[in-house]
Ligand binder design. Structure first.
Ligand SMILES: [Ca+2]
Length: 370
């Protein structure tokens, strides 16, 4: 019993033992009233809590004609059962808080704030532990896909804290909400909803039971459903691509994703850059896609501050000029193809930089260099 409950019980006893109220019938009546009041109060609380937890709006094709069209296309193109799908969507709930979360993505924070979440001592330490625990699988994945172990570890570390937090949202609710109630990306999320229904059918899962991120990302590596279907691999040979429970499958799938997006083994990722004063105007464009050669950047007054790894960077290597928001002003980098590949996992440059720096920190700790 809490201290508050003890205090309240003592007041109650004092009330009944006071000399003022001696008549047993009166005391019984007061007890009855108190009992009724507390029942009504508790009942109201339960109704209120129930209302909070209850569906905000059940989803039906009557209210959303585009859902009707979606169901028809799932029936025609993929052989789904119309009545079963309609029943499934009745179990879904539109959740306005999902749209709110989409509208204030974490990646929109300035770099100097964003990095504080991911580049922490705990995340480096747990990354080293994760690498040690899965070193054979990581070595096998690195050998097979040409993607360094520390990068795979860092992505899983940033996505789900090494598999610990795969997301608490109903993926069905998230994707239905975003497909129906988030016009800026409704088409994108309708395709994800389609892929999610195909995927859960392939994996024999009940779509209403699957949990993930508010944007519908799934499992240890947080693949969106289209990526899951396209890039997940079965690395433990149980004939199931299980990104929810299998570290083997998750690790190899991250490596496969990066490899299929053009990861170039042994090539540099990014260099800090300096912009020489007197350059003719402000160099453009910013952005992750490496569209210009280093030679062109040099001509514009943008210089890589070489570290040993990329000292020999040829001048015809393509690079993008990246600007991140530092505490005291912009930080400039030349991002190469491999940096662009990391942004295919998540379009944010903050994300790609956090993954890259975390990977380096984990690697140097793993090999005892820090
Ligand atoms: Ca498997």
């Amino acid at each position: 019993m809490s201290a508050d409950e003890c205090r309240s019980n003592r007041s109650y006893e004092r009330f009944f033992s006071s000399a003022f109220i001696r008549d047993p019938r009166f005391r019984q009546r007061v007890r009855f009233i108190i009992h009724r009041c507390s029942s009504v109060f508790i009942g109201s609380c339960l109704v209120f809590l129930g209302a909070c937890a209850a569906p905000v709006a059940a989803v039906s094709p009557k209210d959303y004609p585009e859902l009707g069209a979606f169901i028809e296309s799932m029936v025609e193109r993929h052989g789904f059962d119309r009545a079963a799908l309609t029943r499934l969507f009745r179990r879904a709930t539109l959740r306005p808080q999902i749209v709110a979360a989409m509208e204030r993505p974490y990646e929109a924070l300035p770099w100097h704030e964003y990095r504080r979440t991911f580049l922490t001592e705990a995340r480096v330490r747990l990354g080293v532990r994760y690498w040690e625990r899965h070193k054979d699988i990581l070595a096998r994945a690195e050998e097979h896909y040409g993607v360094p172990a520390e990068l795979i570890v860092a992505i899983i570390g940033v996505e789900t804290h090494y598999g610990a937090g795969q997301g608490r949202h109903s993926v069905l609710d998230a994707l239905v909400t975003l497909a129906l109630d988030y016009p800026p990306r409704a088409d994108f999320f309708r395709r994800e909803l389609e892929a999610f229904l195909l995927l859960t059918r392939e994996l024999d899962l009940d779509p209403a039971d699957v949990r993930g991120s508010y944007a519908g990302a799934l499992g240890i590596p947080q693949f969106i459903p289209t990526s899951y279907r396209e890039f997940a691999v079965d690395f433990d040979n149980d004939e199931r691509r299980d990104l929810f429970n299998s570290s083997e499958d998750a690790i190899a799938s991250v490596a496969n994703f990066l490899s299929r997006h053009g990861w170039a083994t042994g090539q540099p990722v990014i260099d800090a850059a300096a912009i020489k004063s007197g350059a003719d105007g402000w160099p453009e464009p910013f952005g992750p896609e490496p569209t210009r050669t280093l030679r062109e950047w040099l001509a514009d007054g943008v210089f890589p501050e070489h570290d040993r790894a990329s000292e020999t960077t040829p001048e015809d290597r393509r690079a993008a000029l990246i600007a991140l928001e530092g505490e005291t002003g912009p930080l400039y980098y030349l991002g190469y193809n491999n940096f662009y590949v990391i942004t295919r996992y998540n379009r944010s440059q903050n994300y790609a930089m956090a993954v890259y720096q975390l990977a380096r920190a984990i690697k140097s700790r793993y090999y005892g260099e820090s």
